[in-house]
Design a protein around this ligand. Structure first.
Ligand SMILES: NC(=O)c1ccc[n+]([C@@H]2O[C@H](COP(=O)([O-])OP(=O)(O)OC[C@H]3O[C@@H](n4cnc5c(N)ncnc54)[C@H](O)[C@@H]3O)[C@@H](O)[C@H]2O)c1
Length: 260
């Protein structure tokens, strides 16, 4: 998929994976919509790139806000790539990971489970379907290709940890829908892929501890290389998926052979 004169959309574009991906897609020739709620980081990145990429404040929990980001991208050029890599708000009242039934014998509130699935799965489908609707209007390139969408799963979608029922259900849902949506969109020439990252040193970690502390805690659980992933390793894979028209309908693990 050639991104010359095209636009791209990155939800969570001001985040760890997001920023690295925005840079790679801009290098590949796209004007990128950086869709996020972190105004400062988003605006700084758009300024740094200086290639016509823009920050668009986008709340992933709001369909109209997603629509605004998609339409802004279409205004910059045909939308040919969407990378869905946002985080989201914690469930109100939640205090971190919670087992299905905790040590006090109480079950997790259904609203917490539903919220997590909403944040990581329903919103991903919302972006996927809206981006696909816009891509369907593109002139096709070689081999009838109109666009490509990359969602972000997690190794927790294969091997969830205790307390991750909602998160692993959501990420497993991304893995499950990838082939189905790729089949749905095949007649339109739109590819759908997912990346399932292992443990990466993004802002999600560095906000809570120093990089050295994060590496010391998480690095040893990765067989080889023995460190956390670098967000640019995610971004390089995303850029390759965009570039390689024969990749479709599957999820790639990107985890240094990490298994729990
Ligand atoms: N970091 C990891 O090790 C890892 C591993 C597997 C999967 N993931 C997945 O990668 C994705 C991105 O995570 P990350 O590690 O880059 O985190 P991050 O915290 O670095 O970035 C997340 C971004 O999402 C934005 N965001 C939060 N709420 C939003 C909202 N309501 N609307 C729009 N944007 C919002 C944040 O402002 C932030 O810029 C998530 O789906 C996460 O589950 C991360």
């Amino acid at each position: 998929m050639d991104l010359t004169n095209a636009s791209a959309l990155v939800t969570g574009g001001a985040g760890g994976f997001g920023q690295a991906t925005v840079r790679r897609l801009a290098q590949a020739g796209a004007k990128v919509v950086i869709a996020d709620i972190h105004d400062e980081r988003g605006q700084a990145l758009a300024k740094e790139l200086g290639n016509g990429s823009v920050y668009v404040r986008t709340d992933i929990m709001d369909e109209n806000s997603i629509a605004n980001a998609v339409q802004t991208a279409v205004g910059l050029g045909p939308l040919r790539a969407a990378v869905v890599v946002h985080g989201g708000p914690p469930a109100p009242g939640a205090t971190g990971a919670a087992r299905t039934v905790n040590r006090e014998g109480q079950r997790i509130p259904l609203a917490h489970f539903a919220h997590t699935v909403n944040v990581y799965l329903v919103t991903a489908f919302a972006v996927t379907s809206q981006a696909a609707e816009a891509m369907a209007k593109n002139e096709p390139l070689d081999s009838n290709q109109r666009g490509v969408i990359i969602n972000t799963a997690s190794i927790a979608g294969f091997e969830g940890q205790p307390g991750q029922s909602g998160y692993s259900a959501a990420k497993g849902g991304i893995i499950g829908m990838t082939l189905t949506v790729a089949r749905d969109l095949a007649p339109l020439g739109i590819r759908v892929m997912a990346i399932a990252p292992g443990t990466f040193l993004t802002l999600a970690y560095s906000g809570r501890m120093t990089d050295e502390q994060a590496q010391a805690h998480w690095g040893p659980s990765v067989p080889n290389p023995k460190r956390m992933g670098d967000p640019d390793e995610y971004a390089r894979l995303a850029a390759h998926i965009v570039d390689n028209d024969f990749l479709n309908g599957t999820t790639f693990r990107l985890d240094g052979a990490q298994r729990f």
